[in-house]
Write a protein that binds this ligand. Structure first.
Ligand SMILES: [Zn+2]
Length: 554
């Protein structure tokens, strides 16, 4: 369909535009948006005209934090998530049924802390829960967040993990009281096992990317940021998201097979213990950032930094204490808060000097405060679109400061909805309920994007939308508060704002003349004044990227 013009008539462009009903595409660009009455006489008779029967047409979704490769890899693993397996027994049954398909390691994913009760300390999952005379292969199962690995005894044995093995910097080997490892590995410790798993071949990696692409296009996602490719990803998921993946993305793009616009974030150092040297050496080895502000498919211009952990494991750095009186801390290299702050400054200086945009994983309020301080001390970096990933807890006093600092935020309302009140016992009810103060941040002028963090959550943007506009919780559908986004704010946060964050605001994220034709057509008209959850009843009928129909039909 490339080349000839396409006219989409009778479309509904709400919530962005309630006046126009016709969109004209020529080549890769949108060339006109207006009413049919205004446009019809000027349109070439040779154009392809489609009557869309009043259905909703939106700019393609730009998911600013989505692990497409991990998502694709998981399609080739055993799903042991809560929808499939309710307890350890059902997980063993699921693994036994597939073990013959795996020549070496059995890999799975999706279990959720607290929903599977294991035989480890405080009910955590343990190797003993997987050991079974009929399961004779090494097993490693990532949790839904991809930050923890649950291994059987054979996997621990092959990795040589014993009582004597020290915790790696930035990671924890969970142990019984006598020091024996339980089989649960957290953050940087995950790499002790994943480094033994044979690396996927190029064909397997490309298949994972193609599978992810098909899933994303079916949801109308046309751009995304791939957060964390490089040596630091060795403790994330199955640990195979190495720098080679960038070549794989470029291979698919060169063959016109990618059909998705990706911003790759490099990751050095990993989930914990990152030092200035990790970043400096990694960036020098890689070379200059690869970025263009013209329409394209692959940019490599961002750096991911794990600045802290997550509240559930008390590794988010919080200004008020946890139930165990600790505060967590930055998870960067250093023995004290002061040393770790120096590391943060050093990393920021090294990466900004080399021209990289930075995205900081930060969930605790103290971490975001420190990042705001850093930006306010480096005013020349205020327009470089550095951003906070998650930012679940941000102090009221920091909301205006964050806007002033120039930091963007990439938030995940679907994760808040999914985990509901899971950290209430750890941080208290009041703080728990103040997770993701989206309305306050948007009102203060912080550029907020809504993302899925898939595969941590579903890549379906409609869930992010409904969760952000309703503020309800999975466990309490009627729950709400004063931090709701309006439909327009939520849709802007999944299209225009992420485009801006990616340095692409001038050419994608809007249905306007001069913008690329990255579009999604729903199978019905959405009334954005309705119950936000009614959006879930719609599905994507067609997805266009660069003016080409790449999913579905019109
Ligand atoms: Zn993530």
């Amino acid at each position: 369909m490339h080349g000839s013009s396409i006219v989409l008539r009778n479309v509904c462009l709400e919530p962005f535009d309630s006046g126009a009903d016709t969109v004209v595409i020529e080549g890769q660009y949108i060339t006109a948006v207006d009413t049919w009455d205004q446009l019809q006489d000027a349109l070439p008779k040779t154009a392809n005209f489609y009557d869309c029967a009043g259905k909703t047409l939106l700019p393609g979704i730009d998911d600013s934090h989505l692990h497409a490769y991990l998502l694709g890899r998981q399609l080739f693993e055993v799903n042991v998530g809560p929808d499939r397996c309710a307890d350890a027994q059902s997980i063993r049954i699921a693994l036994k049924s597939v073990q013959d398909k795996y020549s070496g390691w059995i890999r799975g994913h999706g279990w959720v802390n607290g929903r599977i009760v294991g035989s480890g300390p405080e009910g955590t999952v343990a190797a003993a829960d997987l050991d079974d005379v009929e399961l004779l292969k090494p097993i490693v199962l990532s949790d839904f967040s991809a930050h923890q690995a649950w291994c059987n005894s054979l996997a621990l044995q092959l990795a040589g993990i014993t009582r004597e093995t020290p915790d790696p910097s930035g990671g924890v080997i969970v142990r019984y009281a006598d020091g024996t490892p339980t089989g649960l590995l957290v953050d940087a410790a995950v790499a002790l096992v994943t480094k033994l798993i044979p690396k996927p071949k190029q064909t397997e990696r490309l298949d994972a990317l193609r599978a992810a692409r098909d899933t994303l296009l079916s949801h109308g996602i046309t751009s995304f940021t791939e957060p964390g490719v490089g040596p630091g990803a060795s403790s994330l998921g199955d640990g195979s998201a190495d720098l080679i993946l960038i070549d794989d993305y470029k291979t698919l793009a060169a063959d016109s097979e990618l059909n998705l616009r990706v911003n790759v974030m490099l990751l050095f150092g990993g989930l914990g213990g990152t030092s200035v040297d990790h970043v400096r050496e990694g960036l020098d080895d890689f070379g200059a950032p690869e970025f263009t502000d013209q329409p394209n498919f692959v940019n490599v211009s961002q750096l991911k930094i794990f600045a802290d952990g997550i509240p559930g494991s008390r590794t988010a750095w919080m200004s008020e204490p946890y139930d165990n009186h600790g505060h967590g801390s930055l998870t960067l290299a250093g023995g004290t808060d002061a040393e770790r702050l120096e590391t943060l400054k050093g990393i920021f200086a090294a990466a900004s000097k080399r021209g990289w945009q930075m995205g900081f994983h930060a969930t605790g309020d103290a971490t975001t405060s420190a990042l705001i301080d850093l930006l306010l001390q480096n005013r020349s970096q205020a327009d470089k679109r550095h951003y906070v990933i998650h930012g679940d807890f941000i102090n009221d006093e920091d909301v205006a400061r964050m806007s002033e600092s120039g930091l963007f935020l990439t938030s995940q309302p679907s994760i808040r909805w999914f985990v509901s009140r899971n950290v209430e016992s750890i941080i208290g009810a009041e703080r728990s309920s103040k997770r993701q103060q989206l309305r306050s941040l948007v009102k203060a002028g912080v550029p907020v994007s809504l993302s899925s963090d898939a595969p941590v959550s579903t890549p379906d943007w409609k869930l992010s939308y409904a969760a952000a506009v309703s503020r309800s919780l999975r466990t309490e559908p009627d729950y709400t508060d004063n931090q709701k986004l309006t439909p327009l704010q939520a849709m802007t946060a999944m299209t225009q704002t992420p485009a801006k964050q990616s340095g692409a605001a001038a050419w994608r994220g809007r249905i306007e003349p001069g913008y690329v034709a990255d579009l999604l057509l729903l199978n019905r008209r959405i009334d954005f004044g309705d119950d936000p959850w009614s959006v879930m009843e719609s599905s994507v009928q067609a997805t266009f990227v660069d003016g080409r129909l790449v999913f579905g039909e019109i």
